[in-house]
Ligand binder design. Structure first.
Ligand code: SF4
Ligand code: SF4
Length: 100
């Protein structure tokens, strides 16, 4: 039986060694729902970009340019914030999409 490390030998937990580390992690596996964006309906008001807690809405030249699915956690705030007259998002079960 191997000897367990002492507390002095164990790696420290709960420490964020530098900024921006969340961008290095793929959290797509956390999603239950996936926002599906309809570019035809979108009026590029960017309310979803402002309100997304994960900065997962991508923009280009001041317009909606897609979703960073490596960091989207599927909270649905983007869909809630999209103007009711537009409704450019549909939240779909992640299981409807094949991996890879
Ligand atoms: S579902 Fe949540 S995390 Fe994903 S893009 Fe919308 S607001 Fe951002
Ligand atoms: S809130 Fe809706 S209309 Fe506005 S940029 Fe986002 S998807 Fe487009």
């Amino acid at each position: 039986m191997s000897k367990l490390p002492s507390w002095k030998e164990m790696a420290s937990g709960g420490i964020i060694p530098k900024g921006g580390t969340s961008h290095e992690k793929d959290v797509s596996g956390w999603r239950t729902y996936r926002p599906v964006h309809d570019m035809q309906k979108c009026i590029h008001c960017l309310r979803c970009w402002i309100m997304c807690p994960e900065s997962a809405i991508l923009t280009k030249d001041g317009k909606h340019a897609g979703i960073d699915f490596a960091h989207c956690k599927g909270c649905g705030i983007c869909a809630q914030q999209c103007p009711k007259k537009v409704q450019a998002y549909t939240m779909k079960l992640e299981s409807e999409f094949k991996k890879g």
